[in-house]
Design a protein around this ligand. Structure first.
Ligand code: B12
Ligand code: SF4
Length: 526
């Protein structure tokens, strides 16, 4: 007997879609309990459907559809999910719509002000989604018992408490039915990319970060980890079944348990899995605790890129951020990594926190130059601009300093960590100009941008297919590559001399990003 179906929608994210189209793990994970209870899952990923997304969405719905769910992070994705939600409501006014994901979790009330959204679910919502389906299909479950659920009632908003535990499906229970893995990849990766969480959560409390807000309600251990056997076995299956070659580890804290990480790497070597790895959540103090044998093991197992939050060159700011690392540690580890040329550290910086002075930013600039000088393989993933998210102490400080709290979904769509223009009233104009100039210098200070853009033809939307990018995107890429060494020289000059007047590269970058973002919307399904 059919238990009906649900449609899960993943929106375009913005200009980054030109480079990265990772598996929509949010909706794959959230489908789990529905899927095991016999509800059919229909995915619509706007990023891979291009212009046809509207017809694909309408076709996915039939008279057995129980609800349609939308996944959404703050920032630009809101606009896309909003458009899709309003569109589906226009065509199917009585079909329940549900928003979940990071944005609905931190801003449930603002989200429910939108009349086209019937429900929100906060937190990791797989079980709640199944219970909501039970309520909709046969009234079997009271709305008030669905953890994390929010809805409008009698002119007010009801919000149920969120679950206080961490519960995830086993890795081999992840159901990819209805997902074509070949359509997911990253630009310029010659190997097939697979993104994976080997753990979720983080016990640290860095003040600027989203993780402590998202995991705030979890009682007990704030870190859930899959076992070594499960991770290695899953990787082996994915290599065998899908020919994956590059693992993008998205964990917040892959190295939290060093022994577990070691066993995973040894397991991969023992089973002869020829994989390259990029690891997102790497802390410098964890690397500092590793000896050279561990670095050797990482290198042999195929780890290539490590995204490391150096955050700031100012000890004062590191303390304000409660990051728990020191500048000295970063310099020390970077020097040691020089002897392991396959391990590429990609340092991320953060700026724009209330209380930060221009002098603190200059200390970050000095650290960047030291890291580059000490290790020619060092890369810089960028200097993110701090964005205040509700639920954190820094958010309240920003509000006290004039930050206008976004009141609607539309207003939240302009909040972006890369180029957050306007509404940063706790920073003065000079500070913002210098920050933007440093941001664009970091794009060119190493060779990553030219390297990534050097082949302009390929399209990240379909692995190994020769689908071409739109002409204008190819031209923008070619221009940047041509200007690459000039921009690198400018970047070095700026950072060395702290010369941040008229950051023309910044204006070029935001214009390029905005054109790419618009073209993404226009891009046709290949
Ligand atoms: C991978 C990733 C990306 C990838 C894309 C992901 C993809 N699917 O292709 C890339 C690198 C492209 C990316 C981009 C962005 N990202 Co991002 N990203 C992540 C990361 C590392 C993992 C996301 C993930 O897959 N999680 C795993 C799944 C299982 O968890 P989940 O998404 O939370 O989903 C669960 C629940 O939220 C809920 N849920 C989710 N969807 C739904 C839907 C329904 C209907 C229901 C009921 C429940 C539900 O249930 C899920 C299962 O348990 C997170 C950090 C993190 N560790 O989560 C940041 C993170 C989600 N990103 C973030 C942001 C803001 C962005 C940007 C939108 C904005 C920006 N400027 O940075 C950009 C887009 C830029 C642009 N303009 O193009 C923020 C979100 C903060 C917020 N308030 O929304 C995070 C938390 C990073 C951070 N610390 O700030 N991102
Ligand atoms: S920045 Fe990293 S270490 Fe700090 S709380 Fe966030 S995920 Fe944890």
């Amino acid at each position: 007997m059919s238990n009906g179906n649900i449609v899960l929608f993943y929106p375009k994210l913005g200009w980054m879609d030109v480079f990265v189209i990772d598996l929509p793990l949010s909706i794959i994970y959230v489908s789990h309990h529905c899927s095991v209870s016999g509800i059919e899952i229909r995915y619509v990923d706007q990023r891979v459907e291009g212009d046809s997304w509207k017809s694909v969405l309408l076709e996915a719905v039939d008279d057995k559809t129980l609800l349609i769910g939308f996944s959404c992070m703050s920032g630009e994705p809101i606009l896309r999910s909003l458009e899709a939600t309003r569109y589906i409501k226009k065509h199917y006014p009585s079909l329940p719509t549900v928003w979940g994901g990071q944005h609905a979790t931190i801003c449930p009330k603002e989200t429910l002000k939108e009349q086209s959204i019937d429900y929100i679910i906060r937190g990791h919502g797989s079980m709640s989604l199944k219970n909501l389906c039970n309520h909709i299909s046969n009234g079997a479950y009271e709305l008030s018992s669905v953890e994390g659920l929010g809805w409008r009632e009698n002119g007010g908003i009801q919000l149920n408490p969120m679950s206080d535990g961490l519960d995830f499906p086993a890795l081999d229970e992840l159901d990819f039915t209805g997902i074509d893995i070949n359509r997911y990849t990253r630009f310029q990766y010659s190997k097939k990319v697979y993104s994976l969480f080997t753990s979720f959560g983080c016990p640290h409390k860095c003040k600027f970060c989203f993780a402590p807000i998202f995991y705030d309600n979890i009682k007990g251990k704030k870190w859930f980890a899959y076992s070594v056997d499960e991770v290695v076995g899953h990787l082996e299956n994915m290599v065998r079944d899908y020919n994956i070659g590059y693992i993008s580890i998205l964990d917040e804290m892959f190295f939290l348990d060093k022994n577990r990480a070691r066993e995973i790497l040894l397991g991969v070597i023992e089973r002869g899995l020829e994989l390259e790895w990029g690891i997102r959540g790497v802390r410098i103090d964890d690397l500092d605790r590793m000896d050279n044998d561990f670095f050797e093991l990482m290198s042999n197992a195929g780890i290539r890129q490590m995204m490391i939050g150096a955050e700031s060159g100012s000890e004062r700011m590191l303390k304000i951020m409660k990051k728990g690392i020191t500048v000295e540690q970063t310099i020390r580890v970077n020097k040691r990594l020089k002897d392991f040329p396959k391990l590429i550290p990609s340092y991320n910086f953060l700026s724009g926190i209330p209380g930060e002075h221009i002098d603190d930013m200059y200390k970050s600039v000095s650290l960047i130059l030291t890291l580059l000088e000490d290790n020619p393989h060092a890369n810089f993933s960028g200097m993110n601009q701090f964005v205040p998210f509700p639920g954190s102490e820094l958010y309240d400080i920003c509000v006290q300093n004039g930050f206008h709290e976004p009141q609607s979904l539309e207003e939240w769509s302009f909040v972006d960590t890369h180029y957050n223009r306007g509404n940063v009233l706790w920073l003065d104009k000079k500070f913002i100009r210098i920050l933007h100039s440093i941001q664009s210098s970091l794009m060119f200070i190493d060779d990553k941008t030219s390297r990534e853009l050097s082949s302009c033809e390929g399209d990240s939307r379909d692995w190994r297919k020769s689908a071409k990018r739109p002409f204008i995107i190819r031209m923008i890429f070619k221009l940047i590559v041509l200007l690459g060494s000039f921009l690198k020289t400018v970047a070095k000059f700026r950072l060395k001399n702290k010369f941040f007047i008229f950051p023309f590269e910044y204006y070029l970058a935001i214009t390029g990003a905005s054109i790419m973002s618009k073209l993404q919307v226009l891009q046709k399904k290949s």
